[in-house]
Design a protein around this ligand. Structure first.
Ligand SMILES: Cc1cc2nc3c(=O)[nH]c(=O)nc-3n(C[C@H](O)[C@H](O)[C@H](O)COP(=O)(O)OP(=O)(O)OC[C@H]3O[C@@H](n4cnc5c(N)ncnc54)[C@H](O)[C@@H]3O)c2cc1C
Length: 292
């Protein structure tokens, strides 16, 4: 089913994102333990990330295919421009289509480790908007794009970055999913700009990350430029060496965030599950959205 249609339903559309494990053994664990446990929470769909430079291409497509076929959960493949020519991207899309995959999250991807600027390969794309237009022209996929409530880290002007998010919709994105953030006001300001300045009508969906450790969330936010409030930093410091308490704090913070966003009327919540079940389950239970 096309994800654009899932968002058209009246209830909040809950989705879980996970990444392809590095080894066959870890992939087997994902199918044996993680996905069956996530399946019990009855997500509307799952999405599977695409590793740097297409390094997970086969694994990403295989997991998306198996989640749909073996678990009956709709699934979306992420796809990035990194290291690929148009022809190579076309091959991935053809392969996805042959597997019956209907949904693609089209991204630029990050510069390789150690590099600060993104350099497209010859014959490739420099920005996600170009990939979105390219995907649009092929196979009738439902297409998602990323957006950044605080502005993308490489862009000094958040409104300019939001203009670029709007351009993704003009190029064919059927929905937008956000990067992680912890202040609902950032999301609401960005959403208001997209809706009222640009007249965007497609679903604008918050991505939330229930963090697992203090070190992890500090690293993630410094890499992607999202901020942690002074109050949240203080609470993290107080618990820093107790990962279980920090994990519970992550659930608590995301519960408050999601409550406010759901009250506001967002069409769904995209949970960055980090391939873990406990926090995702507790978050949905707190929100009254776990469907046993
Ligand atoms: C929901 C979500 C899922 C993700 N999944 C993955 C994944 O699976 N794999 C992965 O590697 N990464 C993933 N990422 C991370 C993403 O690849 C990075 O954030 C990346 O740095 C930007 O990707 P983008 O698609 O937003 O790029 P773009 O939209 O191309 O934006 C990148 C930068 O270029 C600027 N820009 C955009 N268009 C133009 C233009 N026309 N002219 C000049 N500047 C422009 C933007 O302002 C921004 O600063 C994900 C991010 C999100 C939010």
């Amino acid at each position: 089913m096309r994800i654009a249609e899932l968002y058209a339903r009246p209830e909040p559309t809950i989705s879980f994102e996970f990444f392809p494990p590095k080894s066959d053994e870890a992939e087997a664990t994902l199918f044996r333990e993680t996905i069956p446990a996530l399946q019990q929470l009855r997500p509307a769909f799952c999405s599977v990330t695409y590793g740097a430079g297409g390094s997970t291409r086969d694994r990403t497509l295989r997991i998306v295919h198996r989640v749909r076929r073996d678990f009956g959960i709709e699934a979306m493949s992420h796809l990035t421009c990194v290291g690929s020519t148009r022809d190579q991207l076309a091959e991935v899309l053809d392969q996805a289509r042959e597997l019956g995959i209907e949904n693609i999250l089209a991204l630029r991807g990050d510069p390789p480790r150690g590099e600060t600027t993104f350099k497209p390969v010859a014959g490739g794309f420099g920005h996600a908007v170009e990939l979105i237009g390219f995907v649009k022209g092929r196979h009738q996929f439902s297409i998602g794009g990323a957006f950044y409530p605080e502005g993308h880290i490489e862009c000094g002007d958040k409104r300019l970055d939001w203009d670029r998010a709007a351009a993704k919709v003009a190029a064919g994105a059927d929905f937008l999913i956000s990067q992680l953030f912890y202040d609902a006001n950032d999301f609401l300001e960005c959403e208001d700009y997209l809706r009222n300045h640009h007249g965007i009508k497609v679903p604008i969906v918050p991505g939330v990350l229930p963090f697992l450790s203090a070190e992890q969330i500090k690293r993630f936010t410094s890499l992607c430029g999202a901020k942690l409030s002074a109050d949240l930093l203080k609470r993290l410091e107080a618990l820093a060496h107790d990962d279980e308490s920090v994990r519970q704090l992550g659930v608590e913070i995301c519960t408050e965030l999601c409550r406010r966003l759901l009250d506001h009327g967002v069409p769904g919540i995209h949970v960055y599950s980090l391939n873990r079940v406990a926090s995702t389950r507790e978050l949905l239970t707190n929100l009254g959205l776990a469907k046993p």
